[in-house]
Every structure is written in C-alpha cells, then in structure tokens.
Design a protein around this ligand. Sequence first.
Ligand SMILES: Nc1nc2c(c(=O)[nH]1)N[C@H]1C(S)=C(S)[C@@H](COP(=O)(O)O)O[C@H]1N2
Ligand SMILES: [Mo]
Length: 379
Amino acid sequence: MQRGGGADGARSGDAGVEDPFSGAGARTHVEGDFSREEVSLANRNSGIPLEALRYEVTPPGLHYLLSHFDIPDVDAANWRLAVGGCVGNEQSVSLADVMQMPARTLRVTLECAGNGRAGMSPRYPSMPWLSEAVSTAEWTGTSLRNLLERAAPTAWAKHVAFLGLDRGFDRGIEHHYGRSLDLEQAMSDDVLLAWAMNGAPLLPQHGFPCRLIVPGWYGMASVKWLARIDVLDRPFDGFQQAVGYHYRKHAGDPGVPVTTMRVRSLMVPPGIPDWYTRRRLVEAGPVTLRGRAWAGAGVAIERVEVGVDGRWSAAQLAPAGTHRFAWRGWSFDWLAEPGEHRLQCRAHTVDGQVQPMIPDWNTAGMGNNAVQTLHVNVR
Ligand SMILES: Nc1nc2c(c(=O)[nH]1)N[C@H]1C(S)=C(S)[C@@H](COP(=O)(O)O)O[C@H]1N2
Ligand SMILES: [Mo]
C-alpha cells in the first residue's frame, strides 16, 4: 500500500511527486475572524440545527455532513466493492450482492471528531464546527463480518483498510479518503456495510450506494462511498489514518490516535433567537430544557446535570431503551426568572467519564467535549 492509500494503488504521495498545492501544507493556528477558506468549508459541511436535537432519530436532511473532497459521481448499477490483500478468496461484490446478505438496522449517534474545533484557542484552520457536528440515524446494512468471512482473511491478517471513491489533497498528499480498523474491531457484528439511512437509500452526500458505519467511534471511521477493502498484515499507512486524526500537543508529537467518542451533551436552545446573533429570548416562568447526551464505545450515560448561573442540579434522563450506540434524551424543569442567565449541561458515563469545563487543546482541534454554555435573556 502506498503512503496515502490510493484506492487504485497508484501514485499518491510517493516522494518526488510534485505537490501542486505546496504551501497549503503549512497551516498555522489562528485566533479571531474566520477565513474565507473556513467559511467555504462551513458552507459545504452543514451541521444539525440545534433545535433538531428534539428528534430521537435525526431526519435525513438535518443530519450533519462532513466530506473532505468532492461527493463522487456513482453509478449504482456498475458499482463494485472489492476485498483483497491478505485473504484466501478475493471478492468483488455488487450492491445487490451486499443487499442479499443478512440485514440488520442499528440506531447510531455519529459525531465528527472536529466538533467543537472553533471553540479551541488558538484554532486550527479547518472545518470550524462550534457544536453542531452530531446526529443520529438508523443505518441498515449487513455486518462487515459477513463479507470478510467470505473473503477468508489469512493467518497474517491484522488490519482492515477501507478506501472511499473520493480523492483529493491534504497537506501535500494526494489520496483516496481511507481509514482502517484492526481485524478484531472489523469483525464485530456491530460494524455495518450500510446501504440505507432511516429506511431509504443513502443520499449522495452520506455515502451512496454503500458506506461503513462504525458505532461508538468518531465519524471519520465510517468511510463513505466504499470502493475497496484491503486486508493488511501491518498497520494502514493512509493519510487519514497515519497523519490525520491524532491528538497531538505540538507539531512533531507522535500523538494518540483518535478513536471512540468522548462523553458529551447538548441542549436545545430554549425560547426564540435573534436572527443574526442567535441570542435567545425566553419568557419568565416554568421552562422545560431538553437535550441529548452520548458517549463512545457503547458506554452508557449515567447522569446529566444542568447548570443555571453555575448552580448544578440533576436532569431527568429518558428511559435507557435498547439502542446502546444512540444518544439519550434528558430534560430539566427550570423556573426562568427575569434577567440574563447562563445555562450549561454536563454528562457523566457509568465508567466515570465526565465532560470538562475547558477543552483539552490539541493541534488539530479534535475531541472537544467541553460543557456547552448558552446565554439567555428572560423577559
Ligand atoms: N469517503 C469518505 N468517508 C468519510 C468522510 C470523507 O470525507 N470521505 N468523512 C468522514 C468524517 S470526518 C465524518 S465526521 C463522517 C460524516 O458522515 P456524514 O457526512 O454522513 O454525516 O464521514 C466520514 N466518512
Ligand atoms: Mo469528521
């Protein structure tokens, strides 16, 4: 596999290949105003409007989006998914072949690892999420394991790489978007080759005709527009695996790979907004605050607290239900008194994770699960 992991196994990032975007590699941290490039990324990659946290399952057009390159032009009739590398039986399957495998549906909360990046200071110039890169959908597909078992990984198989059809440059390296899991993770029944979202075929922007869904992980693991699966005897060295998606404290820090989602909660902003500033106006009296809380790796939420002007009390959790990879609803009855107030929410998991008050700064602005703060005016 070439560095950069081209799905055609060619070119991508070999030493000596000229970089037409040289200079685009050196992105330095910034403060203050957003650049034209950040605004352009924000226009391409929409977030969930926070009021849509009211839906247990996010309606498809409201699900957040993150696509690094262009949405590929895919002809479903001719689409094939190849499985090769350390396997006994190479595969090339059509969409109909995949859809004939045993189907299951999982309700999964996906969050972009860059969610909250714009709240880190100084900020890494990239997709400038505030807090809206999270949504929940019902994904239907077959366990990846069903296809991997057909391909029969050899005794040397250790990692499984997933390559998308989309291709582009990042920091001077040309590559197809690609990510990997170790073989044991890839063989979990919960990792899906998904062909439907909320009961309908995938939309072009969500990975049509078939994508990976890795429940409990940040969204980067759920490769869209799948083209090829490579079973490897060594770690995948593709850009998005080896260079991207690491928690690094400084340039040159080898860092720690970004994997499962950190515990987090968000609140539906109460009242009505001012069009431009999005500040809120709430009428005095009883107000039910509502929101959602989630964590990665299928770990359950134990409790959520709501802070009003820094005084914290327990919120009510919605019944736990059966969807271990989906967020959990919460509500809190607040008696709103006239004046300006600061509303916050903070989730805890059963294994003792809790949201920090201050983001854990890292070079690429990943995994910001700090407590959300809303300022409201009560009339
Ligand atoms: N092929 C491909 N898969 C991809 C991406 C991409 O750019 N290309 N983006 C990843 C990232 S960073 C996230 S957060 C999720 C977003 O999935 P969504 O756009 O369906 O919400 O897709 C992941 N899968
Ligand atoms: Mo992401």
